[in-house]
Structures are given as C-alpha cells and as structure tokens.
Design a binder for this molecule. Structure first.
Ligand code: ZN
Length: 587
C-alpha cells in the first residue's frame, strides 16, 4: 500500500486571526481567550497596543487555574506552607458546573498551602463565571469560555468605543480548527468495513500552545498533550460509532492511530496539520531497538526511564526457564518464560498497556529475585505489547513528559485483553499459554495510569469514559475474582506489607489530599494506606484471581520512576509469598 495523504492544511494562528479581525472591524478594546502560552499572548498584546487596540489575552485552557497563576501569582496566595494570615483563597462556583470547575482548578490545592483553598457554592451565580477572593479583598470575576457541551473554547469579546462588536467563540481558532479538520477528513474517507482499516494513521501537527511544569508532583500543563489525547480518543470513538460498537469498546481494530503534536517555531505564523496513511514501520528503522547489548539485570534497580522492547528482550533472555511466546502484529517477539518449582504457580504479566512502563521493570526485577528460589513456580510475560512499547519509545524521544495514550493499545488499535478465541489472539496467545501451561490460580497483571492530569479539552474536558482516571490517586490494587471467592484477608496482608515503605505512604497521602480537594470522595477502599477495589470476574479465560496494580507512572522519570518500579517489584514478591502461605487457598 503506497503512502496516501488525506489532509495537508495550513491555518493562520489564532492571535493573527484576532489581530486581522480587530483591525478590519475597527475594534478599540478586546479580551480574548486562546490556547497560547503567556509569553506569546503578552507579545500579541504589545502588537495590538501599537495598533491602538487595548487587549487582554488569557488562556482558553484551564482559565480558572491560569487566573490564579497570572492575576495573583502563587506567592500572593500562599504557596508551600507560607499562607499569609487571611490569605485563604475562596473560589465561588456556580452550582450547575461546580464539579467541572473544581476539577479544572486542579492542582491548585497542591500549589497552595494546606487549608488555603476553599471551594464554595453560589446558587445565583452565572454558569460561565467563577469568583476568586483573597482574604477581604474584592472578588475577581473569572469568565469561563465554554461550549454548550462544556468543552473548552477560544473566545473573543471586543468593543468599538462602548459598542460591543463581538462576544462569542473565536471563529477561526487554530486549536479547534486542526481538530475539526482531522475529524472531517477521517469522516469523509472511504474506510471499507474490513478491520483493520489501515496499518498506521499518522497525524502530524505543528501548533503553538502551553507547555508548563507546575511545582506539584508530576503536574504539567500541556495543550499539545491534551490535543494528542483528543485526536487519539476522538478518532477511536469515531470508528467505534461507525462500526456500531458501544462507547469505550476495546475490541475494535481500526489500525494504529498516531497523533504527533509538536510546537510550531515562534517565527512560523501558521499552524500545520498533515494526515497520512502509512505502512507499519520496518523493525530495522527503529533506532531505539538496536541498543540492547551489555545490559544486565542488576542494573534494573536503578533504571530511571522506561525500557525499550529490545532491552526487555535482552533481560528475558538472561533469565532461566522454559521458553514460550508468539509474535506481535509488527513482528516483534512476545516472550514468555516458565519456571517450575514446588509451589503453586503464579502468572506475572506487564506491558499490556504499553505507555504504563513501571510494571515491566517490576516484573523483571521480581522474577530476577525469584530465580534464586528453587521452590518458586511462575510464568512471566514481561512485555505483552511490544509494538505499543516501540511506539511509546518513539513518541517519548520528542515529548518525554506526555502520556501518549496512542501507545497504549496494540498496533491493530485494540486492547489485547479483549481478544477471545476463536478470534485471532495475536499477542494475547502468550498470556493464555502462561495461564494454561502453569495452571496458575493467581495472575498478577501490572499496570499504570497517568501521573498528571489527563484532559480532553475539546470533548467536555474530563476524558469521556475515564473521568475517575483524570487525576492521580496513588498506587492502588484492583482484585478481580471468580464468583464465590473472598480476597479480602489476602488484600489486608498485602497492603500491610506494602505499607512498610514510608515513601509510598507519603506519596499516596499527598495524592489523596488533592483528590479529595478537587474530586471529592475516594472511589475505593483504603486499607493500610493503599487503595483497593474488588470486583467479580465473569471471564472464562482468566485465572480465579487476577490482581491488577495501578501506579501513576506515565511520564515519570528518575527517582519518581524508581519508586514506581520499586513498588511494583515489592508488590509481586509480597503477592507471591502471601499466595504461597495459602492466603488465597479455598476455605
Ligand atoms: Zn493499564
């Protein structure tokens, strides 16, 4: 299949659209909200002033948080323990959108001293208005530019003298413009009905925007990361709907959707979007896959960044055991290892969702320990989705701190766990063989989730179907069990063991504080400082107990990444020990 271009479009940048409009319409004063950073907005304010137009340009992305950052500044509202007397920041929210705005204000509770942020409900307040009040000072009114579905939008409000010329969404906004253009081009294309519809659908955008780290945890504000998320999930939703599948269906195989949203150079006065259909990349072309020699297992403990598929393969190769496995869609090995001791078997898998990387390290490190125990019985698939991992490595070269959900699923675009016989199993064959050849009653499935806020600003703000994953809530466990089994005593003992690491407890407690401030009640039971969720599992191809770990590990490096894989490693070793002590035995 030759490369095919579906879209190649250049749009003027929003600030230039505003300037041209203001000159043409004779505006003397304007306020606008755009998806651009503060320096770019300030430069445009100056340009407009030179044209005799008084302008105030604000952020259309997270306008509430930006009002605090830009109108007050963090020092003035008491950052990090230094809340000046009477400097509590009161945020008055309209009843109708209180929860939406509380979430949008995230991570304000972490940027201010504990107790310095108070949300209040205000019955008569307009839905597009939030009031910010410091101490006894007069409140600041913050306008929240939203579409009817509560999505973020650029906005223009302009006057000629006292006459209002315009007050509405900015016509010609480039951020919305590239999104709409891609969705329209995809909708207009003839995809046929045979999955996959393509091998790789590549969307490349160069656009202005905000890329700012915040002084709390892993938090960053990135309009480009958010656009990647809106493209990726927006297109999945389009294909799901077209195929008559339910929202959030994970079995559809459209192909590999790859949005790459890069900064436009400051001097480039255009936003560019290209969309092409490509073939799967040749394995030899991936530079990250050639450097695997001379790596040893002991180095994993201090590993500060995710492993490439080639490094995982090298680690698997240096472990002893019977081999099994299969091939991925793009031709990479999905390697399995089986070790038979006297104990009941455990299956350990990681990397099902390939942008969740700490589990891969945890699985390898834990098994390297188990190799010294002759009685241990286990089957390991340390990287279930190597094609996703290869894409993740590629995307991280340019944007290491973006969560890159495009790399989560397989190269066919589905979640391998959702594949069932007699359909094509692909990568899932390795997991099923691990379960079958070992006869394990316990499957440890190591996962992660976003370490900073996950938004879809053009689709209602909170990610549809994943609202409760939008902000981190610490390391937690999900136990899925066949009907009639009781995992609670096991979870009690497991969390008690995990809680011996003070760093983990502090990490969790910090994130719980923000969750409670911005979301509200915890959606899980906290035992020994570790969250636990339990659900009955009706699948027929699963072990009686599937224990899933969830560490907020996407986008973290260095010490934060080490704590993530230390925790995954400890979890596997503890889970095996307690299982071998009989805590999950039938009563
Ligand atoms: Zn996952």
């Amino acid at each position: 299949m030759p490369e095919q271009c579906l879209l190649d479009l250049r749009l003027p940048r929003s600030l230039d659209v505003i300037e041209a409009w203001a000159v043409r319409e004779g505006a003397s004063r304007l306020e606008a909200w755009v998806f651009e950073d503060r320096a770019t907005r300030a430069a445009a304010e100056l340009r407009l002033a030179q044209l005799g137009i008084e302008a105030r340009l604000r952020s259309a992305y997270k306008p509430l948080l930006h009002a605090v950052l830009e109108d007050f500044g963090l020092e003035a509202v008491g950052q990090d323990g230094g809340t000046p007397e009477g400097q509590v920041l009161r945020v008055q929210l309209p009843q109708a959108l209180a929860q939406r705005y509380r979430m949008e204000a995230y991570p304000l509770a972490g940027l201010l001293a504990e107790g310095a942020l108070q949300f209040e409900l205000s019955e008569p307040q307009a839905a597009d208005t939030v009031l910010l009040q410091r101490g006894e000072q007069a409140p600041l009114t913050v306008f929240m530019p939203l579409r009817a579905d509560h999505s973020a939008t650029a906005w223009l409000r302009a006057w000629a003298g006292e006459a209002l010329l315009r007050d509405g969404p900015l016509v010609g906004d480039d951020y919305q413009g590239v999104f709409d253009a891609v969705l329209a081009a995809v909708a207009a294309h003839d995809w046929g009905w045979n999955e996959p519809y393509f091998q790789r659908l590549m969307i490349e955008v160069e656009i202005g925007g905000i890329e700012a780290a915040l002084p709390f945890g892993d938090e960053v504000i990135s309009t480009r990361e958010a656009l990647h998320e809106d493209f990726y999930f927006g297109l999945l939703e389009f294909f799901q709907q077209r195929a008559g599948r339910g929202a959030g269906d994970r079995s559809l195989r459209p192909g590999q959707i790859v949005p790459i949203v890069l900064p436009a150079a400051a001097e480039v006065r255009e936003t560019r979007v290209r969309m092409r259909l490509l073939e799967h990349p040749l394995l030899a072309e991936s530079q990250a896959e050639s450097q695997a020699d001379g790596f040893d297992l002991a180095a994993l403990a201090t590993c500060a960044a995710p492993l490439s598929p080639a490094l995982v393969a090298a680690c698997m190769g240096s472990l002893a055991g019977e081999r099994f496995g299969c091939l991925s869609t793009q031709g990479r090995a999905v390697s399995g290892l089986h070790r038979r001791g006297m104990r009941p078997a455990v299956v350990i898998t990681a990397g099902q969702h390939a942008n969740e990387c700490s589990g891969v390290l945890g699985a390898l490190r834990a098994v390297a320990e188990l190799q010294h125990r002759a009685d241990a019985t286990y089957a390991l698939v340390a990287l279930e989705n190597p094609d996703g991992a290869a894409l993740h490595q590629q995307l991280c070269l340019q944007q290491p701190r973006h969560m890159h959900h495009a790399a989560r699923f397989t190269a066919l675009g589905d979640d391998l766990e959702w594949r069932t016989a007699p359909g094509q199993l692909g990568e899932k064959a390795a997991r099923l063989e691990a379960l079958q050849r070992s006869g394990a009653r316990l499957h440890l499935s190591l996962h992660g989730y976003p370490a900073h806020e996950w938004t879809r600003p053009l689709s209602g703000y909170l990610p549809p179907g994943y609202a409760s994953w939008a902000i981190p809530r610490g390391f937690f466990l999900i136990m899925r069990h066949h009907a009639g089994l009781d995992p609670w005593p096991y979870l009690q003992a497991l969390t008690a063991g995990l809680a011996l690491d003070e760093r983990l407890l502090e990490f969790n407690a910090r994130q719980y504080r923000l969750w409670e401030a911005h979301w509200g009640e915890m959606p899980m039971r906290i035992i020994n400082g570790i969250g636990c969720m339990v659900a009955v599992d009706s699948r027929t191809d699963s072990a009686p107990f599937t224990l899933i770990t969830e560490y907020p590990d996407e986008t973290v490096y260095g010490e934060a990444f080490q704590l993530a894989h230390d925790t995954q490693t400890r979890m596997v070793l503890l889970a095996c020990d307690l299982y071998w002590q009989g805590l999950l035995d039938p009563v």
